[in-house]
Unconditional design. Structure first.
Length: 324
């Protein structure tokens, strides 16, 4: 099984406690979620209608400022699983290190996958994957650089799962150009990952093919109603973005006081060099705070942002106690 953030069962098995005892900072999920509105009884009792799906597409188009074709899916992960089947397997390149499911899904579908470390090295691939901003280091390309790369590959997949706080970084408005496919997450920024909602943006033909793969009801009625309300609430999005930007500085200050150095990140997670990532993770875990470390770095640890003040106080107590 591939390792991911959010693997709290494993943490509980090693360090004890119950799920409610833990602060899970191993993901980039906003811990101050969108307030779930009341929604209709039929969201649970009736199959989603075409008009409801169209309403969700319209809300997504407005939120992402795009005229591209849009397919709502059960989280961006569902799209990652389907995209390798858009064409015959060939040569794929993934800008790495990054979210490991992109390369894994391509390999499972028969693609020859090369992980590269420079954006220019993506050129010439039949399919290229770029996570922008990147997970875990927050590396990003400007929209101009992404658009310049697009015609140099057969199909460019741009994963914008962490782009909500950075609308000026997004190429969603250009999705479909030169076959470019853009992925957007819902659960991370809105803090509702359990709802399982995401979006694929692209050319009509690509979205039609993905829609055939996804089937007639790719998302639930509850996801449609909650998604429509949240995507239309631009005031909440602005306020949340401002809060997240402020709180990244707060977490960075705590990390500096601990002796860690910031290696990057986004408004939803931070990446630090601790010197000894395993020791740092275990020290946090003793206080029932879960984090993410990586097999390709002995020093890196990734932390999401705490939620309420009680969570911030617990994190601060551990980080300022020394020895992390």
């Amino acid at each position: 099984m591939r390792d991911h953030g959010g693997n709290l069962d494993g943490a509980i098995g090693r360090f004890g406690g119950g799920a409610t005892d833990w602060i899970d900072l191993s993901t980039g999920i906003n811990r101050v979620p969108y307030p779930v509105p009341n929604f209709s009884h039929t969201a649970w009792t009736a199959l989603p209608t075409r008009s409801a799906m169209e309403g969700l597409r319209s809300a997504a188009a407005g939120a992402f400022d795009t005229k591209a074709a849009i397919l709502p899916v059960s989280g961006a992960q569902a799209a990652i699983q389907m995209i390798p089947r858009l064409g015959l397997p060939g040569r794929a390149r993934v800008l790495a290190p990054t979210y490991n499911e992109h390369a894994a899904a391509l390999r499972s579908a028969g693609w020859q996958v090369e992980e590269v470390t420079e954006p220019a090295a993506l050129a010439g691939a039949d399919l290229a994957v770029l996570v922008n901003p990147n997970n875990p280091d927050g590396r990003h390309l400007s929209p101009g650089d992404v658009l310049a790369l697009s015609p140099r590959v057969g199909r460019l997949v741009v994963d914008e799962s962490f782009a909500d706080p950075y609308p000026d970084m997004s190429v969603a408005s250009q999705a479909g150009q030169d076959g470019m496919v853009v992925l957007r997450s819902f659960g991370k920024f809105f803090g509702l990952a359990g709802l399982r909602l995401g979006f694929v943006l692209g050319a009509e033909a690509d979205i039609a093919a993905l829609s055939d793969m996804a089937g007639p009801w790719p998302v639930s009625g509850a996801a449609i109603e909650i998604g429509m309300a949240a995507l239309a609430d631009r005031e909440w999005a602005r306020e949340t973005t401002a809060r997240l930007m402020s709180e990244t500085a707060r977490l960075d200050a705590l990390a500096r006081a601990t002796g860690w150095t910031c290696q990057g990140g986004t408004a939803l997670f931070r990446l630090y060099d601790t010197g000894d990532a395993k020791a740092a993770q275990e020290r946090l875990a003793q206080a029932h705070i879960w984090s993410r470390i990586f097999p390709y770095s002995t020093g890196w640890i990734r932390l999401g942002l705490p939620g309420d003040e009680a969570e911030w106080a617990r994190v601060a107590d551990v980080l300022t106690a020394g020895g992390v």
